[in-house]
Design a protein around this ligand. Structure first.
Ligand SMILES: NC(=O)c1ccc[n+]([C@@H]2O[C@H](COP(=O)([O-])OP(=O)(O)OC[C@H]3O[C@@H](n4cnc5c(N)ncnc54)[C@H](O)[C@@H]3O)[C@@H](O)[C@H]2O)c1
Length: 314
């Protein structure tokens, strides 16, 4: 099988490529990426020498670039390409609309034109908005309403709706997955875990939005990759699958955990005014993917990821 992976030089897309090359060495992988600030080609060092791997630099919003990807005749296209940082989306929503919505549309059109076997859209639990902190019994299911809070999550929700419309209108063979927060190696230093490790090691204050009580569910990128692999092989076209780990932690507790692992003082923590529209709690009900595809996230300790960043940064 030839698997095209857009956004494959980013944090989660590169983990997916490494996972496929380890578990399905018979598959060809074509990575397509615009190499924005968030990309890191070192994340692909493990696979770049493989004969079945190819890299194309290109932008999903540019039809001519996307045509180059289709010259490899992919059987499947998995779209990880996105602008992904909520804070940046608050500064520049237009870029997020262009990449995440319009870019997904360009990929979908190319898939129709070339008659691809399957399109898979990587989405996020953030499309559902948030849950209150005092209702631990609540979690997002695939039929929860879309109530995005940020330009980032609204652009991801827009892309999901486009995919669903192409399934209905053109009979396209496509699936969507919505994952919770990811941890693992190779994430850009702007994001919560690497940034906290960097600041802790360099004695820089660690900004915490609002009261720090916001809750996130955290899944390892290897688990996310395994779930997506199951969906593209055995998932049903037209379906949405939530991917979660039932591994919820408050932001402030995660930061304290990182400081404790690194042996750094808690007085580095600095509470700052809350992010605009900041979601309180995300939680995923993982029943559907568990029942239909037998997926269950492994409960891994985040310590390995934290120490991994510490060794890269020191
Ligand atoms: N990181 C998470 O915790 C998380 C959780 C749920 C869902 N997701 C989704 O997973 C996907 C990947 O997230 P990530 O954290 O790896 O993001 P990332 O920002 O680390 O990587 C995104 C990649 O897309 C590429 N890209 C950006 N614009 C492009 C364009 N116009 N054309 C081609 N490539 C382009 C970038 O160069 C980068 O390599 C996103 O769709 C995101 O919404 C991420």
């Amino acid at each position: 099988m030839v698997i095209a992976v857009s956004g494959g030089a980013g944090f989660v897309g590169s983990a997916f490529i490494r996972y496929i090359s380890r578990t399905h060495p018979e598959d060809r992988i074509i990575c397509f990426d615009a190499l924005t600030y968030a990309a890191d080609l070192h994340n692909l060092d493990e696979v770049s020498g493989n004969s079945g791997f190819a890299f194309i630099e290109g932008d999903i919003t540019k039809k001519d670039d996307v045509e180059k990807l289709f010259s490899f005749h992919p059987d499947i296209l998995v779209n990880f390409a996105a602008e992904s940082h909520v804070d940046r989306s608050i500064e520049d929503p237009g870029l997020f609309i262009r990449t995440n919505v319009y870019g997904t549309g360009v990929l979908l059109d190319a898939c129709i034109e070339h008659g691809i076997g399957r399109f898979h859209q990587i989405s996020t639990d953030e499309v559902y908005g948030d849950l209150p902190l005092d209702r631990n019994d609540e979690a997002f299911t695939e039929s929860s309403p879309l109530k995005p809070s940020s330009p980032y999550s609204a652009s991801k929700a827009g892309a999901d709706l486009l995919v669903l419309s192409y399934i209905r209108t053109y009979g396209m063979n496509a699936t969507i997955s919505r994952s919770s927060n990811n941890y693992g190696p190779g994430q850009n230093r702007e994001k919560l875990i690497p940034k906290t490790v960097w600041n802790a090691l360099h004695g820089i204050r660690i900004p915490v939005y609002g009261d720090g009580l916001n809750v996130r569910d955290w899944i390892h990128t290897d688990d996310h990759a395994r779930a997506v692999d199951l969906i593209i092989r055995d998932g049903k076209s037209g379906e949405i699958y939530n991917i979660g780990a039932e591994n919820e932690i408050r932001n402030i507790d995660l930061i304290r955990k990182i400081l404790s692992i690194l042996g750094r003082p808690e007085d580095l923590i600095s509470f700052v005014p809350d992010r605009k529209g900041h979601d309180r709690r995300y939680a995923i009900n993982p029943e559907k993917i568990r029942k239909e595809l037998g997926f269950r996230a492994e409960q891994r300790d985040m310590e390995e990821t934290i120490l991994g960043y510490a060794s890269v940064f020191s």
